[in-house]
Design a protein around this ligand. Structure first.
Ligand code: IDP
Ligand code: MG
Length: 150
């Protein structure tokens, strides 16, 4: 089982898309093991996007992420990293496939609605950055698991 950090970004929360986005991951079979609404601090945003520190869009990206509340989720499932990123769609929404979150709701790269971790290792790191151990329900038994996981 892999874990991924999903961030429903400020634009998606402001646009009232939170429920739809949660629903898509839930219906895919990914299991929610942590979820909360928060306004991200500058320090946390800079840590989360540290890999992009040198990029010209970094300052704008941080301002965007801290500009209004986000909903963060820790999701668990087989191939959770790739499955979630496939559901999210390409980074540039104008190029994202229809049926993906970005392809259905977005146009611009700086307003691309949702984050998903890009590797198993980063998923673990990002979840630890956003959730304390006590905030995660890692071992909960979901009754449908046998119908989702072989
Ligand atoms: P990803 O979110 O699809 O993994 P990354 O390349 O990791 O994409 O970039 C992280 C985030 O930085 C993007 O989701 C987007 O919000 C922002 N971003 C990336 N490239 C640009 C850009 O050229 N202009 C503005 N924002 C960008
Ligand atoms: Mg990324």
């Amino acid at each position: 089982m892999e874990r991924t950090l999903i961030i429903i970004k400020p634009d998606a929360v402001q646009r009232g898309l939170t429920g739809d986005i949660i629903k898509r991951f839930e219906q895919r079979g990914l299991k929610i093991i942590g979820m909360k609404l928060l306004q991200v601090s500058r320090e946390l945003a800079e840590a989360h996007y540290d890999a992009h520190h040198e990029r010209p869009f970094f300052a704008g990206l941080v301002e965007y992420i801290i500009s209004a509340p986000v909903v963060v989720m820790a999701l668990e499932g087989s191939d959770a990293i790739a499955a979630a990123r496939a559901s999210i769609g390409a980074t540039k929404p104008s190029e994202a496939a229809a049926g993906t979150i970005r392809g259905d709701y977005g146009l611009e790269i700086g307003r691309n609605l949702v984050h998903g971790s890009d590797s198993v290792e980063n998923g673990e790191i990002e979840i630890a950055n956003f959730f304390s151990e006590a905030e995660l329900c890692g071992g909960w038994q979901r009754d449908v698991d046998g119908w989702v996981f072989e």
